[in-house]
Write a protein that binds this ligand. Structure first.
Ligand code: SF4
Length: 346
């Protein structure tokens, strides 16, 4: 079976080469072509013999998703609708911010978690992405950015990353490996809706990364409305798991809070949130809800947002108001829906 190179750790590439009677050091040459020169064609790897180049084509491939559409927002954010080999579509978003370029990537086609405020949830889960379908989004983004540097990666696109645990963990190992993408752990954030067993499992892997938790309410009954996962994994258990996770990681946990008018920004919500976060070493990112077609929620006014943020000032944690980026192209938080998810027959 032909393997995709973007699916392989260096040691696995070495094994592939040994299987065809090649020397180990060839792996470094090939990885250099891929991760430093971003070559996708073996025939261009001129430091390899012609025979090896032909042999490689018989056992390996380098495929990246096809760009179907590219939409640019007035704030510089670019959303990509990408087509996979089986005609499923996903989305990724590049968000520039000064010298930083953050890539928001997908981990699944659709999502099973049914969060009430999220456009992806409406699709249901089609399938998990393979490891190479995750790493190839990064590969593609680097090529798209050209001279500019990709500085941060966030798993906040389509899908619950921890529901595709093995492929996401392997993708992160490839993203961090110094012979591959060589990303620093502090530049990679995985965002979860709160899949407790997988958070514990992630802590056990020893993998270094930043963890973000989509919280959105610290009141159990309200969180269950917004995020049905909370019925299976309640807030109290989630907190215990996160405190344990924090002991095993150098990075503070980030809580994401989508502000929804008349739902989760009132006095009782503030009180519950301050109590929930008060004794966790964390950061709080608040963001206003972005309109999604067919969903009945509303975006709070500027005044309501300010009042909510001001009430968080007593927290010792850092509180950040993340401005929505790309809302005019449905690329903001919770808006990714890969419209036309199954590509129509040409
Ligand atoms: S917010 Fe995340 S976990 Fe929830 S449905 Fe959307 S993609 Fe899935």
């Amino acid at each position: 079976m032909i393997k995709n190179i973007l699916d392989l750790l260096p040691k696995e590439l070495i094994q592939q080469l040994l299987n065809i009677g090649e020397k180990k050091y060839r792996a470094n040459q090939i990885l250099n072509w891929i991760y430093n020169k971003y070559t996708t064609d073996f025939s261009e790897m001129t430091s390899l013999s012609e025979t090896l180049r032909t042999e490689l084509q018989n056992i390996l491939e380098i495929t990246i998703p096809t760009i179907i559409t590219k939409s640019s927002s007035s704030d510089g954010t670019t959303k990509y609708l990408l087509s996979l080999h089986d005609r499923n579509n996903i989305e990724m978003v590049i968000i520039p911010n000064g010298k930083k370029n953050t890539l928001c990537i997908s981990s699944q086609v659709g999502c099973a978690r049914k969060c009430a405020f999220c456009a992806t949830a409406k699709l249901g889960l089609k399938r998990n992405l393979e490891t190479y379908e995750i790493t190839s989004q990064v590969f593609l983004a680097i090529k798209e950015l050209g001279e500019e540097k990709l500085t941060n990666i966030v798993f906040m696109g389509m899908g619950e990353p921890l529901d595709n645990f093995d492929n996401v963990v392997k993708a992160i190992r490839i993203l961090q490996h110094d012979l591959c993408f060589n990303f620093s752990p502090r530049r990679i954030t995985v965002s979860t809706s709160g899949v407790i067993p997988q958070i514990s499992k992630l802590a056990e892997t020893g993998l270094k990364l930043k963890l973000a938790v989509s919280l959105n309410s610290a009141i159990q009954s309200k969180r269950e409305v917004l995020m049905p996962i909370s019925k299976i994994f309640p807030l109290s258990e989630l907190k215990k798991t996160l405190i344990d996770f924090r002991k095993k990681t150098p990075y503070r946990i980030t809580f994401e809070y989508v502000m929804i008018k008349d739902f989760n920004i009132g006095k009782e919500d503030v009180k519950a949130l301050l109590k929930y976060l008060g004794d966790i070493s964390c950061k709080l990112n608040v963001i206003k809800w972005n309109k999604v077609d067919d969903l009945h929620y509303e975006t709070p006014s500027t005044w309501e947002i300010k009042r909510f943020i001001d009430s968080m000032n007593v927290l010792s944690s850092a509180v950040t108001y993340r401005k929505s980026r790309g809302a005019d192209i449905d690329a903001a938080c919770g808006q990714l829906a890969a419209k036309n998810i199954i590509r129509k027959e040409e």
